[in-house]
Design a protein around this ligand. Structure first.
Ligand code: MEV
Length: 441
């Protein structure tokens, strides 16, 4: 039976587990053992993980895989991917190999500006607010100098602050809309600290602005927060080759492959039901690298999907064309990533993942992540428009089903062999395993 508890966060880890077990698993003998088997035997490593969040009771493992052979702007990479979904890493590796033999991926960072906003309510004359803003703007920048000093030294900082009138959407609603360059940091803490300082200065200085009436002086700050919509923090990834080079076997010409592939992309450009799945496949690659490198995949997801809808309709993030016999497949996406700060210096596996990628700058990481997304989409569309995806998926899924039914090594070997020439649906695998067991008993 569920019940409430006061002061849970103050309990020790072991008392927290006791409460969980007593409340939700009173009849279970192994709940504690399941939780504890994921604890790290190295106490300080476990403590590090415990302290990433609050109320930690155990660790949640995801596999960390690698996809080798990615040639990006003529440099080779092995890309780390943290993901639970079978066949994502295999698909990335296949796409990497395919394009390795055709010149590799070409990428370019288009822009790196990030946005933050102070949302506020002002009840008064807009002209006076404009005058106040132009007077206070230098002070807004000045009073953040302790926060921005280091970032400025390295060439980043606050780029600009605008006053935006949003009263046509909500009565008396305005914004300070600020842009930032945060270099190798994702920049969330930096941006939010600047914004909170802007808000303080903006509210305080208004009290002394002599053109304001008493009501106008009372600026009401609603909130100060960065935006995860970063359409001006944009990266492009692309592959291209002669159409003939796309053919891998005599049965399908390069042209037939390209035509069908482009049709599949075009469908995702116009049909939102398809576009969402198409883009989900892109995010399989993107999220896995974002997670492995200690970045915020929720921020990336939110920003990317908003970008996919920027024309008022949800669309494909990738595009494809044939021109002068050259097949080109490309994507431009917003990615706010960091290679310093946050988890990057803390989580041992994140450090290792970044070292594997030759310690990239944030700009380099944007390019690698975009490539992982483009490669994933290429692999998905290639399967979907030729063999279908179930063939590859079920091969990987077969192992998951066998593990779920605790197949031993001998059973695995027999059934992997059996399903080389039979379709591996869930029920077929279960049935084959049952048959095997009853024949052997
Ligand atoms: C599965 O995780 C992703 C795909 O559905 C993507 C797609 O359909 O393009 C295969």
């Amino acid at each position: 039976m569920s019940k409430t508890i006061a002061g849970f966060s103050k309990l020790s880890k072991s008392k927290k587990i006791d409460w969980i077990v007593d409340t939700y698993f009173p009849n279970s003998k192994n709940t504690k053992a399941i939780l504890k088997q994921y604890w790290n035997s190295n106490d300080s490593l476990q403590q590090l993980h415990d302290e990433f969040i609050e109320n930690t009771i155990t660790n949640y493992y995801l596999p960390l895989g690698v996809a080798p052979n990615f040639l990006i702007n003529n440099k080779l990479y092995t890309i780390p991917m943290a993901i639970e979904e079978s066949s994502v890493v295999a698909a990335a590796s296949k796409a990497a190999k395919f394009w390795l033999e055709r010149g590799g991926f070409k990428t370019k960072v288009i822009s790196t500006t990030k946005i933050g906003q102070v949302h506020f309510i002002y009840k008064g004359d807009f002209e006076k607010l404009k005058q106040y803003f132009s007077q206070v703007k230098p002070k807004l920048i000045e009073e953040t100098s302790a926060i921005t000093k280091n970032m400025k030294k390295r060439g980043g900082g606050i780029m600009d602050i605008d006053l935006r009138n949003k009263t046509s959407d909500i009565a008396n609603y305005y914004q300070l809309h600020a842009s930032f360059e945060t270099l190798d940091a994702m920049g969330a803490n930096f941006i939010n600290s600047c914004l909170e300082q802007f808000a303080k200065t903006f509210k305080n200085e208004a009290l002394n602005f002599n053109l304001f009436s008493e009501t106008e002086r009372q600026i009401d700050i609603v909130m100060s927060i960065l935006s995860n919509y970063v359409p001006d923090c944009l990266v492009r990834a692309e592959v291209s080759c002669q159409v003939d080079e796309l053919s891998e076997n005599k049965n399908v010409s390069g042209k037939a492959f390209a035509d069908k592939f482009i049709q599949a992309v075009n469908i995702a450009e116009v049909e939102p039901y398809r576009a969402v799945t198409h883009n989900k496949g892109i995010m399989n690659g993107i999220d896995a690298v974002v997670l492995a490198t200690g970045n915020d995949f929720r921020a990336v997801e939110a920003g990317v999907h908003a970008y996919a809808s920027r024309h008022g309709k949800y669309r494909s993030l990738t595009h494809a064309k044939v021109e002068d016999d050259i097949f080109t497949f490309w994507m431009e996406i917003p990615l706010a990533l960091g290679t310093v700060g946050g988890l990057t210096g803390l989580h041992p596996l994140v450090k290792l993942a970044l070292e594997l990628l030759h310690k990239p700058s944030a700009k380099e990481l944007m390019q690698i992540v975009a490539v992982a997304g483009l490669a994933q989409n290429f692999a998905a569309l290639r399967s979907l428009t030729t063999t279908g995806i179930q063939q590859g998926h079920m091969k990987m899924h077969l192992m998951n089903i066998l593990n779920q039914f605790e197949a031993n090594a001998q059973e695995k070997e027999t059934l992997i062999d059996h399903f080389k020439s039979n379709t591996a649906t869930h029920s077929a695998v279960v049935e084959a395993l049952e048959n095997l067991r009853s024949n052997n008993s």
